[in-house]
Design a protein around this ligand. Structure first.
Ligand code: ADP
Length: 517
């Protein structure tokens, strides 16, 4: 039996079990391989995606299917009788790769490889190959069969994935916020440079560790556990989870944590992206600002209240003396002082809100009465608009009556202030199921949609309305906070040039229904 030779040895015999076996009847070997030969050929030809060919024991190609022709470019007459090494790259030939494959096939029953192969036109393509020895019934080696599959597409896809991964990793690396990528066991798959520098830690202490064990267990916080578990089970996001802690290497810090799941095509291994934002400095500045506002507004309140008292005293005197001109000036002064003290009170309310001291009293009262009284009070000082109240008369709620009155005053004065051309403001109250809902509707300048969410933010004022408001942009912020503190909700609907409706709803008091007060 011949063994595989160097491929460059000239071959004269094209191999005994070529696909043209039937042409060479008479030899025993041919006879053995002839059975089902046509069927075998049909099977091979149907394997369009695969190059399937056979060689003699010395590596001379002896059969060649149409898949091989399509993939490698050689026709059957071209290649039969040529050495098998023809489809290997010069480097692989130099490294004896073809012989290696034969040896492996003989030793283990199959030779396997993934490498570049060469087409007839010299171009390379990435392919996987399987090589099997062929034995006859007497267990004599008769040659080999090789199956080659084009993996160009897979290779390209792998390269794209590798490139995308490198790209994503480089983004993660350059982001200045510390980031962790966690797997579903909450182990660290990846941490960026910012994470290591911010928390003064190393990859050894971080990678593959469960997030709760990092930094001496500083993230082992029940609320964070709860959030991460929630995010794993329902694939949501959480934003701005606040952690205030003494961190081992960096001291006392305030961090905001944001997390989201990275959805994958295959859901077997989801990843969680966890981002940290150090807001310690922002927080300190905010506290300083709040404290400044609190002190200033507190200090201003007493002199302004006295000024207002003196102005009113003088006003009465001059009215008595029938000095109309001076009285008029003093009443204007009084109005300005009212505006000033409203601003001061608003600022004091912001400070009280921050210290959790805004709501003082709690009582069960009829919201309908409060709405009607407030509408009447504001109507008494509003000559320009007609305020109309309609709706349910019985709406028991539990809360701070004065503060809820403040919300109504704010909505009504805004409705009047921002509808200078209109004559009417409509107020509705409806009770439905477990909620009382109050709507304050005006027919004024309206608010563009982009501002709808923002009008409830602190110090936010709409600047494109062409109005010159005397406010500070905190009335709605305080109102919304008051409503939220009552487990209620507030929202706005508005169309520019048509009008605005502010609505809030509060839970009805149910234990003692209809406490008509
Ligand atoms: P301000 O004291 O400036 O009125 P608010 O917090 O009460 O502050 O309101 C915030 C901003 O929302 C206002 O500056 C105004 O631009 C807008 N706004 C409030 N109510 C209305 C309304 N009814 N119609 C139109 N714009 C309004």
């Amino acid at each position: 039996m011949e063994q595989y030779q160097e491929p460059h040895t000239p071959q004269t015999d094209t191999g005994q079990f070529s696909s043209r076996l039937s042409e060479s009847e008479g030899q025993g070997l041919h006879h053995q391989f002839r059975v089902g030969d046509e069927f075998f050929r049909l099977v091979l030809e149907s394997l369009e995606e695969y190059a399937v060919f056979t060689t003699d024991t010395d590596g001379t190609i002896s059969s060649w299917n149409s898949g091989a022709q399509r993939l490698l470019g050689y026709t059957e007459p071209d290649i039969i009788g040529k050495p098998f090494a023809l489809i290997f790259t010069p480097e692989d030939i130099e490294n004896h790769a073809p012989q290696g494959e034969f040896a492996q096939a003989l030793q283990t029953g199959r030779g396997e490889d993934e490498r570049y192969h060469v087409k007839k036109d010299g171009t390379l393509f990435w392919a996987s190959g399987l090589l099997f020895p062929l034995f006859d019934s007497e267990k004599n080696l008769r040659g080999f069969t090789k199956i080659v599959r084009d993996l160009t597409e897979q290779k390209r896809a792998q390269q794209l994935i590798a490139e995308a991964r490198a790209y994503a990793e480089s983004i993660v690396e350059t982001i200045r916020e510390p980031l962790l990528v966690l797997d579903t066991d909450l182990r660290v798959v990846l941490a960026n440079r910012a994470f290591y520098t911010t928390f003064h830690t190393t990859p050894q202490e971080t990678e593959q560790q469960v997030v709760y064990t990092l930094g001496k267990g500083q993230w082992n916080i029940p609320a964070l556990r709860h959030l991460l578990e929630a995010i794993l089970s329902s694939a949501t996001v959480f934003e701005d989870f606040r952690v205030e802690d003494e961190f081992p290497a960096i001291g006392k810090k305030v961090m905001l944590l944001n997390a989201r799941t990275l959805s994958r095509e295959t859901h077997d291994r989801e990843l969680i992206l966890l981002a940290f934002e150090d807001v310690t400095e922002q927080d300190r500045l905010q506290q300083m600002k709040d404290e400044f506002i609190r002190i200033v507004s507190h200090e201003l309140k007493t002199p302004v209240t006295s000024l207002k008292g003196f102005a009113q005293l003088l006003l009465r005197r001059f009215q008595k003396q029938e000095d109309e001109q001076t009285a008029h000036i003093l009443s204007r002064m009084d109005r300005q002082l009212t505006i000033l003290s409203t601003l001061i009170n608003d600022l004091l309310d912001v400070a009280r809100l921050q210290r959790g001291k805004l709501l003082q009293k709690e009582e069960v009262f009829n919201l309908a009465d409060l709405v009607r009284e407030t509408v009447e009070d504001i109507q008494a000082i509003t000559p320009t608009h007609h305020l109309v109240f309609e709706g349910d008369e019985n709406a028991p709620v539990n809360g701070d009556r004065d503060r809820l009155g403040q919300v109504l005053i704010n909505l009504l004065t805004n409705a009047i202030k921002y509808s200078p051309q209109a004559e009417k403001v409509a107020v509705h109250l409806v009770t439905e199921e477990r909620f009382a809902t109050v709507r304050v509707e005006d027919f004024g300048i309206g608010i563009a949609t982009v501002h709808h969410e923002k009008v409830f933010e602190q110090y936010y004022q709409v600047t494109d309305q062409g109005t010159n408001s005397s406010g500070l942009g905190i009335g709605l912020y305080i109102s919304n906070e008051i409503i939220q503190h009552h487990q209620g909700r507030m929202w706005v609907e508005s169309t520019e040039g048509v009008g605005t409706t502010f609505t809030f709803s509060l839970p009805l008091h149910t234990e003692r229904p209809s406490p008509q007060q």
